[in-house]
Ligand binder design. Structure first.
Ligand SMILES: [Zn+2]
Length: 383
């Protein structure tokens, strides 16, 4: 997720902040200091209020994350972006009820916080009402605790409501898809949910355009493309999920002997259309020399180094019966382009990203879909 720095870690989940993030704090200082005529006090108010807002966003993402962990879904990280937060889950939960609960947990945190803040404000007798909000944004006479409460209370309500809009990549889109998937297949539920989301996005974009509100237009474009990516991703999963390594791997892949030199490997690269080479001792698979590893080893040791000393020997090979979707995920996790294919230790061939993309292209022409999308990442947008 581009350039980001780690803030802290909770239950094994790294919470990171994108490097563009301080821009939003600068914007807040400007908004409250200059536009709302708050001066330095206003600028400080803006920075504190916005920092609180992002704590709220982190809590929202943790709501998704902790629920996901309860269902055994690995949460890779939470990233704070200027437009909101993203909790990156390792995979989509299989059961609609699980996706439903994971998706609804985020907005639920916001509504819970809003109720909590409302009760505290009532006890402390702060004059907190939503009607103050526009005035607060336009004219900030004094930095009061009540103003901070109003701002945080309102942002929780807005965040909760906004994320319930039934359109991908908002939580509401996932909730809608999960509800539909309880009655029909997952891909079909996705296609319908994406259609509804894109229709809403078009309406939102049109209204925003007519009213000259270009923030709405930007959000509408974001929703429209996000929804399209979700459809492609799910269709890709359903196509690849039905295929196995057997149907895609290259049987004619060349291999290297453990005693070969890097010079031999370079020669083989030039003489074949292959970049990554399985290393075989007779018929027995002992490792893989990837293109990246070859280049690195050449720089470090020169061309006379022996392959067995620099090959990757701890990468588990794929089996012919393995699911292509899982192999694609393993390739991404290992950050390699190819895996050797073997059965019972005997070398059979090589499966590469290119092989997978090729068979996916062919299979999806049959299935009537297009390219694969991005990894699964529920996104949240600030209103
Ligand atoms: Zn969310």
């Amino acid at each position: 997720m581009g350039q980001s720095i780690k803030l802290f870690s909770v239950r094994g989940i790294a919470v990171r902040m994108h490097l563009t993030f301080p821009l939003i704090l600068a914007w807040a200082a400007l908004q409250f200091g200059v536009l709302a005529r708050g001066g330095w006090t206003g600028a400080i108010f803006g920075v504190i209020a916005t920092s609180l807002l992002f704590i709220v966003v982190i809590l929202h993402e943790l709501g998704h994350s902790f629920t996901a962990q309860r269902f055994g879904v690995e949460v890779k990280q939470i990233v704070l972006l200027p437009i909101g937060g993203v909790a990156q889950l390792a995979h989509i939960p299989e059961k609609p009820t699980q996706e439903f609960l994971i998706a609804i947990a985020g907005p639920a945190v916001n509504f819970g916080l809003a109720i909590f803040l409302g009760v505290v404000a009532w006890i402390a007798q702060f004059n907190v009402s939503l009607e103050q909000l526009p005035g607060l944004l336009l004219n900030l006479d004094s930095m009061s605790l009540a103003a901070l409460f109003t701002y945080t209370f309102a942002s929780n309500l807005l965040l909760g409501v906004f994320n319930l809009i039934p359109a991908f990549p908002m939580d509401g889109g996932r909730i809608l898809r999960a509800l539909l998937a309880m009655r029909m297949s997952y891909p079909r539920a996705t296609v319908i949910a994406v259609g509804i989301g894109q229709l809403l996005a078009i309406l939102m974009g049109a209204v925003g355009f007519l009213q000259g509100n270009f923030f709405w237009v930007l959000i509408a474009i974001f929703i429209f493309t996000g929804a399209g990516q979700e459809r492609q991703l799910v269709l890709a999963r359903s196509v690849l999920g039905d295929l196995t390594v057997e149907q895609a791997y290259s049987r004619g892949a060349r291999s290297l002997a453990p005693g070969a030199t890097l010079r031999d490997a370079v020669e083989l690269t030039l003489n074949s259309f292959q970049a990554d080479f399985p290393v075989c001792d007779g018929a027995q698979l002992v490792g893989i020399l990837t293109h990246a590893r070859l280049v690195e080893a050449l720089n470090q040791h020169g061309p006379d180094k022996v392959v067995s000393e620099v090959m990757l020997s701890d990468i588990a090979p794929a089996a012919p019966g393995d699911n292509l979707l899982e192999v694609q995920q393993r390739l991404a996790e290992l950050n390699v382009d190819a895996l050797p294919v073997s059965q019972g230790g005997a070398f059979l061939g090589l499966i590469t990203n290119r092989d997978i993309n090729e068979i996916y292209r062919l299979a999806s022409i049959r299935a009537g879909s297009q390219e694969a999308g991005d990894p699964y990442a529920p996104a949240d947008v600030l209103p």
